[in-house]
Design a protein around this ligand. Structure first.
Ligand code: XMP
Ligand code: MG
Length: 177
């Protein structure tokens, strides 16, 4: 697709890495049931691949927050559009994110979720940009560190489009210029 200026990771590379992270989570949580909390809509692909690659018992729930609107700049304003259905108290929770850019969205989410008294609370993100190094929240599982460019595919969108691309790529600047 020529809306991408570059493919960063092919679907095979993404699947292999998700498998590695799933094995790491299985080992870390041996004998415990994990609740994966996916952040809609971006985490849809990684959530479905991650849990199918896991061997442990796993449950899932979803939250929707808004931080970006349809542009490419983080606004810092986070709204909960859809809250969880499950009670987190006493559960081993892993928040599953598509991407961490500034970390503003996640910082807000983590303090919100921590107040619900989970037994443990960690983060898995498929992609992380360099900006996130300034974040105060520790991220236990990271798929890939990527450059500070706007990427799409594997659940990530631009104005709602491109989530269905199997590869992760850099969106060609002429698309949003
Ligand atoms: P912050 O800056 O709060 O942003 O960590 C996190 C959310 O912003 C979106 N985001 C992106 N979406 N390509 C996208 O499609 C990108 O390169 C990108 N960078 C940030 C994403 O929704 C993420 O949850
Ligand atoms: Mg998103």
């Amino acid at each position: 697709m020529n809306d991408l200026s570059e493919v960063l990771y092919t679907s095979d590379e993404l699947a292999r890495r998700v498998g590695e992270v799933a094995a790491q989570i299985d080992a870390d949580y041996e004998g415990r049931e994990v609740l994966l909390v996916g952040v809609l809509n971006g985490a849809v692909m990684v959530m479905s691949d991650l849990q199918r690659a896991m061997k442990s018992h796993v449950q899932m729930d979803w939250m929707a927050v808004s931080s970006y609107g349809s542009g490419t700049q983080s606004s810092g304003v986070v709204r909960i559009l859809k809250d969880l259905s499950m009670d987190l108290e006493g559960r081993h929770v892993i928040v599953v994110e598509d991407i961490i850019d500034t970390g503003l969205t996640l910082s807000y989410l983590m303090s919100n979720l921590a107040s619900r008294k989970p037994a443990s609370l960690e983060i898995m993100t498929m992609f992380r940009k360099p900006e996130a190094a300034r974040m105060d929240v520790a991220v236990k599982y990271v798929g890939f560190e990527i450059p500070s460019q706007f990427v799409v595919g594997y659940g990530l969108d631009y104005a709602g489009r491109y989530r269905n691309l199997r590869d992760l790529g850099i969106l060609a600047p002429h698309i949003y210029a």
